[in-house]
Design a protein around this ligand. Structure first.
Ligand code: PEP
Ligand code: MN
Length: 355
């Protein structure tokens, strides 16, 4: 009997404590909802005024103040982890409710753009789009106009290639990123393209940059890739041509530069990782990293991606194919879908810490 009473009173004690915890949990959720409502109203205002949603200093201050105030009650690292997630979640929930794709693109970090170097057939681009969209990738890259070193190699399928990619992207609910080499190519395909890419070789083609701005009446996002021989200030000045008419949807993409490394190593270019930090000081534009062209080797893509994200890149662009060996262009640097899946899940895990 005594034993029964002891067990009963223990159970009562646990039950009462649990009730208390349940109440606290509800209060926490209520407070998070309330916090998000206030934060959303600030984000809504920033969006209407075209102010960058991200304020790293403010986020840093919030966490530091809490760490200081509660250092003797909660481990500082736990506060950091918890608050990184709370801050990430409040932005994420706001962005998920926004139906403006360009806006999402620039604010949902890190973004992942993947796809083949070149569109090679309708079947190829459909298959790749399907497999990438299953992973959760929303931005499909693929070249229809390829800037090849030799005129005797495959130059891309041209307009028809873009039509294939558009059909695939529509079917799998993805957005298209593609390079144009001339103003005419952009005019002919403007409605098919969501994000306009200006390749490394054309970063110095100032007339093309001006023409693209003129044609880009809908203010679509433009990705400008760094020329492999360009200094960072030349890169930033080239981007000034694109931002001139108040187009703030310009995204910079680092993709490796030519150095002494290329004399006797097999690296196609030298990954310009430190330039991420340096560029941050020179520009407010978002910065992508392309580990495929930067290394030229598929086996380095994952690690260089990690490096770029650790340095704060806002996204990555990776050449991906269901069978890299089959790729007509850049097969040596193209990763397969399984590797892409690993990279994507890595990014999902660290996303809140990076944003
Ligand atoms: C590409 O991304 O398809 C490409 C050709 O890259 P880059 O201009 O950097 O060489
Ligand atoms: Mn390529």
């Amino acid at each position: 009997m005594l034993c029964f009473i002891v067990i009963f009173s223990q159970n009562m004690l646990i039950e009462n404590k649990r009730k208390e915890i349940n109440q606290i949990d509800e209060q926490i959720i209520e407070l998070i909802i309330k916090r998000n409502e206030i934060s959303n109203s600030i984000l809504e205002y920033k969006k209407s005024k075209n102010i960058n949603l991200y304020d790293k200093n403010r986020e840093f201050d919030i966490i530091e103040k809490l760490k200081k105030k509660y250092f003797d009650k909660i481990n500082s690292q736990e506060i950091e982890k918890l608050y990184s997630y709370i801050l990430f979640y409040s932005k994420e929930s706001f962005l998920n409710n926004s139906n403006n794709d360009c806006f999402q693109l620039l604010n949902q970090k890190p973004i992942v753009i993947a796809g083949p170097c070149s569109i090679e057939s309708e079947k190829q681009i459909f298959e790749i789009a399907e497999q990438l969209s299953k992973i959760g990738i929303k931005y499909l890259r693929g070249g229809a106009f390829k800037p090849r070193t030799s005129p005797d190699t495959f130059q891309g399928l041209g307009n028809i290639g873009l039509e294939f990619m558009k059909k695939a992207a529509d079917k799998f609910n993805m957005k298209i990123v593609t390079e144009v080499l001339s103003a005419q190519q952009l005019k002919d395909n403007y409605n098919l393209i969501d994000i306009i890419q200006i390749g490394s070789r054309n970063m110095f083609s100032y007339q093309l940059l001006k023409d693209i701005v003129k044609i880009n009446k809908d203010n679509k996002p433009i990705i400008l890739k760094r020329n492999f021989n360009a200094t960072l200030s030349e890169f930033v000045m080239a981007s000034d041509y694109l931002t001139k008419n108040n187009n703030n949807q310009v995204i910079l993409c680092l993709r490796g530069i030519r150095t002494f490394e290329q004399i006797n190593s097999e690296l196609r270019y030298t990954p310009d990782l430190a330039s991420i930090s340096e560029l941050r000081k020179l520009t407010k534009l978002p910065i992508l990293f392309d580990p495929s062209h930067a290394t030229g080797k598929s086996e380095y893509v994952y690690d260089i991606t990690k490096g770029a994200l650790a340095l704060g890149a806002d996204g990555i662009m990776i050449e991906t194919h269901y069978n890299p060996d089959e790729s007509l262009v850049d097969s040596r640097q193209t990763i397969d879908i399984t590797t892409m899946k690993m990279i994507f899940s890595f990014i999902e895990q660290i996303k809140y810490a990076c944003s």
